[in-house]
Write a protein that binds this ligand. Sequence first.
Ligand SMILES: Cc1cc2nc3c(=O)[nH]c(=O)nc-3n(C[C@H](O)[C@H](O)[C@H](O)COP(=O)(O)OP(=O)(O)OC[C@H]3O[C@@H](n4cnc5c(N)ncnc54)[C@H](O)[C@@H]3O)c2cc1C
Length: 341
Amino acid sequence: MKEILVIGAGAAGIMAALAAAEAGARVHLFEKNDIVGKKMGITGKGRCNLTNSCSMADFIAHTPGHGKFLYSAYEQFTNQDLLDKLHTWGLATKEERGGRIFPQSDSAIEVRKLFYRKLCQKGVDLHLSNAVHAVKAWGSRMVVSAASGNYEGDACIITTGGMSYPVTGSTGDGYGFARSLGHSVTELKPSLIPFTTEETWPHTLSGLSLRNVEASLWKRGKKAASHFGEMLFTHFGVSGPIILMLSTEAAHKKSCVFPMQLRIDLKPALSKEKLDARLRRDFEKYIRKEAANGLKDLLPQRLIPIVLDQAGIAAACPVNQISREQRQDLVDTLKALSTAS
Ligand SMILES: Cc1cc2nc3c(=O)[nH]c(=O)nc-3n(C[C@H](O)[C@H](O)[C@H](O)COP(=O)(O)OP(=O)(O)OC[C@H]3O[C@@H](n4cnc5c(N)ncnc54)[C@H](O)[C@@H]3O)c2cc1C
């Protein structure tokens, strides 16, 4: 009987341990936490987005970097295979907007408990609260040194996760194990993360979300990446779907070296000419008001003073005194509300 040593009981380690056990191996699964799948418990805002119903080609297309690397893995185990397995194990699922699949119960904890039960049923030797501190190769055998002692096996699977949310146990230990075994490890970069801004104006807008805007990253006057959709201001900078996507794209582009300038096109659907025409109409309507009031049909209230400030127009300036040049500056700002370069 083959003996397999698996380090880390997250989603990957649990699936690897179960697959090895189902194939008839004796499996040791080491986990530094006192439960399995701790990170799984916080996924999908506590609901666990299990998979997506899109095609495997779409999975690859949406994988940043070298997605094609996953072809052979996806050939052997698809999203449908995962769902078939979960359904056989008694987990009911549902599909939501964008093909996202969740447990019917909306509970990530239910998924974690299901995996724990399966590990016990399949006879996997679970070593909880048992951190591994070294992995060595002895000829054709592998030796794992854990808190409770040394374990020998025919193969070792390192599934210690990445480095995000280290409180869940994912502290990057696996990179060291892989290096010590002679593997090369690529440079680590954060991905799917919000941005902090040095300037404080985004912080003052904390809680404000913008839809249908285009956010872009710039370095030395050159656009490096951009995304269209929804974003959010936070007490430290910016977040939301398009910002997370920008961070992922930035992690894979050499031209993206932080700090970078963030520009927000507040009206991407309008050309500068059309935006100017729109401003003229609004200013006609609010001819006797102050500049801040002249923009109330175009922008969220909280954004108006920031936009006027970047355009160099006083909020109290009467609309009928805004010059053509100032209106052009306003158009430029609406097309590129920016942090410093
Ligand atoms: C807030 C948040 C929400 C997310 N939502 C989703 C979602 O809805 N759907 C989705 O598919 N993905 C989601 N993800 C991503 C998902 O959590 C990860 O892709 C997934 O957890 C990776 O699984 P893993 O098994 O590779 O690593 P991990 O889940 O990180 O598991 C690694 C395990 O290894 C253990 N370990 C580490 N070092 C050692 C050691 N030396 N000895 C013993 N054990 C060790 C850790 O304690 C940990 O339990 C989310 C991530 C975050 C942070």
